[in-house]
Design a protein around this ligand. Structure first.
Ligand code: FAD
Ligand code: NDP
Length: 426
């Protein structure tokens, strides 16, 4: 049994939604395109799951955050796919791929063949078991990657009003979930191994601004240690968290955000891998010319830095997906993907953006007590990265433009003195 399509997108997340929109804009015909997704719903804006979806009031729910609303584009509901003649194969896991034969085999036993495949399988959350701790399957231990996880998190949160949550990990999931839990009046303790939160992006000075704010909202931080075990009661619920430093924290719920691994396993031994992802060229094409990879799973050349990177952020998923579709539909007219890395987060009333590379020396500027501050990263005499908290749309555009231009920086003191006006006038 089998079906054949010209184009198949494997994975139904952010990148899949943006690729589908681009295919329709470039004139795909009815019946040519198929999306296969393990999830039971049409592609949606995953960032909503740690933000609007967790709010106690006016909680965001589908269909409101189907792609591509996150970039102020059309909202692609299941009806839209139907009208466009795009086959949505939902609730279906692909269990093997054969890039030589150009076929995918689903868990239900169907073979789907393609002429061109876009791999958009994203990533999976790392489990505590991978760090030698058991208990991930306890009723009140939550991960957050997809809608099912988010529904579970909301249920667990609502089952312990005013209770204690332990958040494991000080990265994006940890910070955003901690804020959402506080807004839901849950007491939060964050535990992570580093000296400060968001260790790979924030400087100690920037991190301390956010940590102070979180502490003012009642969040406790336990740094420099990791979880060693859970106390689990006879009903299968975690009641306490034991840390490697010997301390114990009572817990009504646990949220774990300790990183991800790209979903590459279907293609291991068939496609070239790099940086944990599928290696692609500037057209998002893998080592097999009929297979493209986009989003979290793709390791692509970042022209600006002259090296291959794998980025785990939504803007990169959206833009890489679009670029791949351009390259597929109009190969002659499509150049190399020229992407400026962009990261952001929104927690409580705060909001920051970062463009470029968190490398080299850092120059801070602005008003850290008033919540309007920033930082520049300078490497080898050039501006390579810019951070800003509390900016306006125009100011964020300015730091993005400045970073893309990579201007020479001769005097760090002068850059510090100019602060944001440097980006506004460069
Ligand atoms: P995904 O969106 O993860 O989609 C992958 C899809 O592939 C899923 O539908 C999955 O089920 C499917 N799939 C995988 N394997 C198979 C298989 N074998 N068979 C069938 N289907 C399969 N980034 C930001 O920049 N800003 C944010 O604020 C932000 N917030 C986030 C909040 C949360 C809770 C999470 C989890 C991520 C957040 N991100 C954010 C990251 C961003 O969502 C990802 O970078 C983005 O979703 C990547 O898109 P993707 O299409 O590559 O992968
Ligand atoms: P991150 O990589 O952001 O952070 C993981 C954190 O967990 C790091 O602080 C890491 O430390 C720490 N950690 C690793 N191992 C352990 C351990 N055994 N015990 C305790 N802490 C540990 O991943 P997240 O899970 O937070 O996020 C998952 C994905 O979702 C990422 O791709 C992220 O980009 C995406 N996301 C993005 C958002 C955004 O862009 N606004 C929002 C939400 C999610 P170390 O650095 O030492 O490894």
């Amino acid at each position: 049994m089998g079906r054949a399509f010209v184009y198949v997108i494997l994975g139904g997340g952010v990148a899949a939604g943006y690729a589908a929109l681009e295919f329709t804009r470039r004139g795909v015909s009815h019946g040519e395109l198929c999306i296969i997704s393990e999830e039971s719903v049409a592609p949606y804006e995953r960032p909503a799951l740690s933000k609007g979806f967790l709010l106690p009031e006016d909680r965001a729910s589908l269909p409101s955050f189907h792609t591509c609303v996150g970039a102020n584009e059309e909202r692609l509901t299941p009806k839209w796919y139907k009208e466009q003649g795009i086959e949505l194969v939902l609730g279906t896991r692909v269990k093997s791929a054969d890039v030589r034969r150009k076929t995918l085999l689903t868990a239900a036993g169907e073979t789907i063949s393609y002429k061109i495949l876009i791999v958009a399988t994203g990533a999976r959350a790392l489990k505590l078991e991978e760090f030698g701790v058991s208990g991930s399957d306890a009723e009140n231990v939550c991960y957050l990657r997809d809608l099912a996880d988010a529904n579970r998190l909301v249920d667990v949160m609502q089952s312990c009003p005013g209770g204690n949550a332990v958040v494991i990990g000080g990265g994006y999931i940890g910070m955003e979930c901690a804020a959402s839990l506080v807004i839901n009046k849950i007491n939060v303790t964050m535990v992570f191994p580093e000296e400060h939160c968001m260790a790979r992006l924030f400087t100690p000075k920037i991190a301390s601004y956010y940590e102070d704010y979180y502490q003012s909202k009642g969040v406790k931080f336990i740094k420099g240690t990791v979880l060693s075990s859970f106390n689990i009661d006879s009903t299968g619920k975690v009641t306490a968290v034991n840390l490697r430093d010997g301390s114990q924290l009572p817990a009504d719920m646990v949220v774990v955000g300790i990183g991800i691994r790209p979903n590459t396993s279907l293609f291991e031994g068939q496609l070239t891998l790099e940086k944990g992802g599928i290696k692609v060229n500037g057209k998002l094409q893998s080592s097999n010319s009929s297979v493209y990879a986009v989003g979290d799973v793709a390791a692509f050349p970042v022209k600006l830095f002259g090296e291959t990177r794998r980025l785990e952020h939504v803007d990169s998923a959206r833009k890489s997906a679009r670029h791949a579709v351009h390259a597929i539909m109009e190969p002659e007219k499509t150049g190399e993907f020229d992407y400026l890395p962009f990261f952001y987060s929104r927690v409580f009333t705060m909001s920051w953006q970062f463009y470029g590379d968190a490398a080299g020396e850092v120059v801070h500027y602005g008003d850290f007590s008033g919540g309007r501050f920033g930082a520049y990263c300078v490497s080898k005499g050039h501006l390579v990265g810019s951070f800003l908290e509390g900016g306006t749309k125009e100011e964020y555009e300015a730091i993005a433009n400045a970073t893309r231009l990579k201007p020479a920086i001769e005097d760090l003191g002068e850059l510090e003195r100019q602060g944001l006006s440097f980006a506004l006038t460069v």
